[in-house]
Design a binder for this molecule. Structure first.
Ligand code: TXA
Ligand code: MG
Length: 357
């Protein structure tokens, strides 16, 4: 049976930070803000505590966790450090980069799902850093959502998912980046991005040269294909409504989204659009969620998960979305949007040529 809690939502003060640190030291779970998304933390060296994370989230046990540190000296007790990791840590830590490194036996199997590598990250959010320092422990933390839901970027979203399941949430405001960290594999030949995030391929290549992308970033895994990162296997980020991505020239996409929305409404769907700020006025006869400027993928990243949660709250059953070029931060956005849509994409030209619509 899972324990039940009166979940405390606390602003970070010296007192609440120490309270949170003591909970972590006692093997309890604490949700805390990071610059990417909120994390659900437990003492990474305490197997029982880590098991509670999987229970609270309903997470499959074969999906490993990221270990969070505040100081590079903690690496000694966690992993070996491959030579290429050194310039990357210098350039991007603290920040939204997670690096896979060969693990030491001090890290329990539950953390890594028995893999020979451990994922490590040093977050930059001041509340995360203060908490990690105050408890003095490496903290295993996945995103603080129920498994399968969009990651939470506000303390209120954590509360929606974790109320009653954990003792405490620290409120650090809305996460700056809004998408989870870049996960980089340095243990299997050419450095490989398993999950794109705030530290882009271009930024990594500026420091260590060639970096490749895991095959499944912009498409579903093929049958029998091995997931380099177990997290890629699961349905993810999906709101309750069916998300459809609409591709094509800007003008065609806007016309096609209107046709699709009208057809969906005629079929009794509660329908909405997700569009860039510049295009919202042209779609104002429908319910539209504003993805931020088409010129700034960072804005879309910052807003995306809250918008996906909002579509659920608002009871949307059919959601049609614009897409952006998968470059820079756009790659991370399209990876999450693709998964939210189960990669369901239509061409605007096909829609406009369809006599049924
Ligand atoms: O930004 C973030 O990374 C957030 C915040 C809280 O730090 N955390 C986060 O954790 O997104 P989570 O558990 O939701 O995602 C961890 C991802 C999963 O896709 C998992 O499969 C992958 O990292 N991962 C963890 N350890 C791994 C390993 N040893 N080998 C391959 N993939 C690993
Ligand atoms: Mg997650």
């Amino acid at each position: 049976m899972m324990k039940s809690y009166q979940t405390l939502l606390a602003s970070p003060t010296q007192e609440t930070l120490y309270q949170a640190a003591r909970l972590l030291q006692a093997g309890e779970l604490v949700a805390f803000p990071t610059e990417t998304v909120y994390g659900l933390g437990a003492n990474a060296l305490n197997e029982q505590a880590v098991l509670e994370i999987f229970k609270a989230k309903g997470r499959p046990a074969d999906n490993p966790l990221i270990v969070h540190i505040w100081d590079a000296k903690q690496l000694d007790g966690i992993c070996e450090v491959p030579p290429l990791a050194v310039p990357l840590m210098d350039a991007f830590w603290p920040g939204p980069l997670t690096i896979l490194m060969p693990r030491l036996s001090s890290i329990p199997d539950v953390v890594t799902a028995s893999l020979p590598t451990v994922a490590v990250r040093m977050p930059s959010h001041p509340v995360a850093r203060q908490l990690l320092q105050a408890c003095g422990l490496p903290i295993a933390a996945p995103s603080a959502n129920l498994s399968g839901k969009p990651s939470p970027t506000t303390a209120q979203s954590v509360m929606e998912d974790m109320r009653g399941r954990i003792p405490m949430i620290l409120d650090g405001g809305q996460s700056e980046v809004g998408l989870e960290s870049t996960v980089l594999d340095l243990c299997h030949g050419t450095p490989t991005i398993l999950r794109p995030g705030g530290v882009t391929k271009e930024m990594l290549e500026g420091v260590i040269g060639q970096v490749q992308l895991a095959g499944s970033i912009l498409r579903p895994l093929k049958e029998g294909e091995q997931a380099l990162s177990p997290g890629m296997r699961y349905r993810h980020y999906a709101p309750k409504g069916q998300v459809t991505l609409v591709e094509g020239t800007q003008e065609n996409v806007l016309s096609a989204m209107r046709s699709l929305a009208r057809a969906a409404q005629a079929h009794g769907e509660t329908c909405c659009l997700m569009a860039f700020s510049e295009h919202v006025p042209a779609l104002s006869d429908f319910r539209v969620y504003d993805l931020g400027s088409v010129l700034h993928p960072e804005e879309t990243a910052h807003r995306l998960f809250e918008i996906l949660r909002k579509t659920e709250e608002d009871g949307m059953s059919a959601i049609f979305s614009e897409v952006m070029p998968p470059q820079g931060m756009g790659l991370a956005v399209m990876n999450r949007l693709g998964r939210a849509a189960s990669f369901h994409t239509v061409s605007a030209l096909d829609v406009l040529g369809d006599p049924e619509l």
